[in-house]
Design a protein around this ligand. Structure first.
Ligand SMILES: C/C1=C2N=C(/C=C3N=C(/C(C)=C4\N[C@@](C)([C@@H]5N=C1[C@](C)(CCC(=O)O)[C@H]5CC(=O)O)[C@@](C)(CC(=O)O)[C@@H]4CCC(=O)O)[C@@](C)(CC(=O)O)[C@@H]\3CCC(=O)O)C(C)(C)[C@@H]/2CCC(=O)O
Length: 196
């Protein structure tokens, strides 16, 4: 994908790299770490984020081959401007022991099936729900924020063994999760085999 980078974004990356050496990260990991930090102006993400380069390579290929992208809330969808996303929050209903966000994940899985990229930026219960499904994801970007359940849900994601981008702290949020997916969208595709 050819993308014209705005001069303000270029300057943001210049300042980021002046304050933090990211050159030791492998390419896709570096792309995700830098875009998350760029979006949050928070250098601590360099040591907070957890991901695996091999998993990112596979997910990047799936994304550019057209795998669906599912998000937990509209705020995450709003941050992903270069790709259609699936968000079922408007169709979802809360019930006893079930948030609307968690129900939206069930509905989305019924719609897209296995092989999707899942981007959870807000709701810990959405990530917990995803982990109960046999969703066989291409990648789970699990970066929900907050004091209640966020740390635990992200730890559960890491323990699940699913291909994932997560972080250890309470930090996260919709903008950060969108940024992580955008990093993979913007990163060049080897051999120009992009189909989406
Ligand atoms: C417990 C919830 C938390 N929400 C947080 C932070 C933000 N949420 C915003 C908004 C506008 C929305 N949050 C909902 C997802 C709503 N938030 C919840 C729930 C009650 C439960 C989710 C969970 O615990 O897993 C959830 C409602 C539900 O039944 O799922 C939202 C759907 C509420 C609504 O409007 O009905 C809505 C999402 C809208 C969308 O589609 O984009 C905030 C903007 C603050 C606000 O105005 O309420 C903010 C955004 C943060 C971000 O970066 O995404 C927390 C902090 C994540 C909190 C979870 C735990 C905690 O520590 O409090």
């Amino acid at each position: 994908m050819n993308r014209v980078v705005h001069p303000i974004e270029q300057e943001s990356y210049r300042r980021l790299r002046a304050r933090l050496d990211t050159s030791h990260f492998p390419p896709l990991t570096r792309a995700v770490v830098e875009r998350v930090i760029h979006s949050a102006a928070d250098l601590e993400y360099a040591t907070d984020l957890v991901m695996d380069e091999g998993e990112l390579v596979t997910a990047h290929a799936a994304l550019h081959a057209g795998a669906p992208v599912v998000v937990d809330v509209e705020m995450v969808a709003a941050g992903i401007t270069r790709r259609e996303t699936v968000c079922r929050l408007r169709d979802a209903v809360a019930g006893p022991g079930l948030t609307r966000s968690a129900h939206a994940i069930r509905l989305a899985y019924e719609q897209v099936g296995p092989g999707a990229l899942w981007v959870i930026g807000n709701a810990p219960t959405a990530l917990e729900e995803l982990l109960t499904l046999n969703a066989d994801p291409a990648l789970v970007i699990g970066l929900p924020v907050g004091f209640v359940g966020a740390v635990e849900s992200k730890a559960a994601l890491r323990e699940s063994g699913l291909p994932a981008v997560s972080n250890v702290s309470e930090k996260g949020g919709s903008a950060v999760a969108s940024a992580a997916l955008n990093a993979l969208l913007y990163h060049p595709v080897p051999d120009s085999e992009e189909t989406s």
